[in-house]
Write a new protein. Structure first.
Length: 68
């Protein structure tokens, strides 16, 4: 996959997760079609990867808070 496509897919996935946005809202924000948003987050499994990373990161942060 070309690097700029992967970067855009990650940006789309982050936007959806952070703002709990719909496909329509995301498409409007990025100026792309709903089909492109759908393909970016389903075909490339980007949301799953980012959610797993963010969950692990939040668990690490919580663990650090308890240690301090």
């Amino acid at each position: 996959m070309k690097e700029y496509i992967e970067e855009r897919a990650v940006a789309i996935a982050n936007y959806i997760i952070d703002y709990n946005a719909t496909v329509r809202q995301t498409a409007k924000k990025f100026g792309i079609s709903k089909s492109t948003v759908h393909m970016a987050v389903t075909k490339w499994n980007v949301i799953r990867k980012i959610k797993n990373f963010k969950c692990r990161l939040s668990q690490i942060k919580r663990a650090c808070i308890f240690v301090i």
